[in-house]
Design a protein around this ligand. Sequence first.
Ligand code: SF4
Length: 378
Amino acid sequence: MAVKWCLAPIDFICYHCALLSSEERIFMELEMEAKKLIDKLELEHKLDKDEWISLLDSCSDEVREYAAEKARAVAQSVYGNDVFIRGIVEFSNVCKNDCYYCGIRAGNCNLERYKLTEEDILQCCKAGYRYGFRTFVLQSGEDLSYTTEDICRIVSRIKSEFPDCAVTLSIGEKSREDYAAYKEAGADRYLLRHETANKAHYEKLHPDEMSWDNRMRCLRDLKELGFQTGCGIMVGSPYQTTECIADDMIFMSEFKPEMIGIGPFLPHKDTPFKDEPKGSYEMTLFLLSLCRLMLPHVLLPATTALGTIRPDGREQGVMSGANVIMPNLSPTEVRDKYMLYDNKICTGDASDKCHDCVEARMKLIGYRVVVDRGDYRV
Ligand code: SF4
């Protein structure tokens, strides 16, 4: 239901509003309450669990736009109109794990597996550097054939060939010793989505061999070792409730990640969740705005999944407070083999085309892609 807002102060019900039906009045009061919570979040950067649940349950277009407007202003006050790009190199689609939502899970026998060599990875970075990328994200499944020494050597080579670039790793759960070695080799950032801060929910998304406690241990280790650390969730993952998202927001407000990856859940045809509905595009945008208000300095990608669920999803993500886009630098021959979900975009375009496309899209909405490492600003 769309109720047109009057211009009266937020606590004042004008004569016109008094003529609304009781259903419209309730709806309007809920929106007013949600806006007050958004104001509070902007001011105090945190809410309690009941407040989160109430706010998340009030995600109307009006409330979402109210949050987006504030989030845009906050992002601009920290990062201006700059959008940082990260070049992702998906260097292996082999994974020992079997997360129920993931298209490259070990149990998917319909997938042709690949691994890039060290030289392949360096070539991707070299091309990316020419296009203006100053952060390279090395991403893979949990592929044990790359040893700690291999990863460290690859990181060191990238850092010595491109000393003005940052390296982000996104290679899953490892021991503290491994993380320390990657840091020592020069890695700057680490992405590890926590997936859900609710242990019972985590157990519905993962097989018994995987543990929420270990995921949390990894995140703590990464932070303590000095990585710019990224966590995040899928919006609308199976069994996710409003309470789960409230737990996520509280976890993130306490953990204070430097990066947050939030995208809609999208099913993959070869997973146990193949028939589950997609996550909500609108709720994803709303959460991006709320993350920006909660952690004003956070590096917040408008994800490829957001661009997959809607053609202008990444633009709308930036308009909702995001400030990072992560185009693909992987060789085109392997891109369609790194399908975490169905219909992923940008699998056919060469890296330079992806870069130019993102640049043009950002320009259209008044933002500019910058040649910059795009570090977290304290
Ligand atoms: S989500 Fe990550 S750890 Fe889980 S199966 Fe996919 S690649 Fe492996």
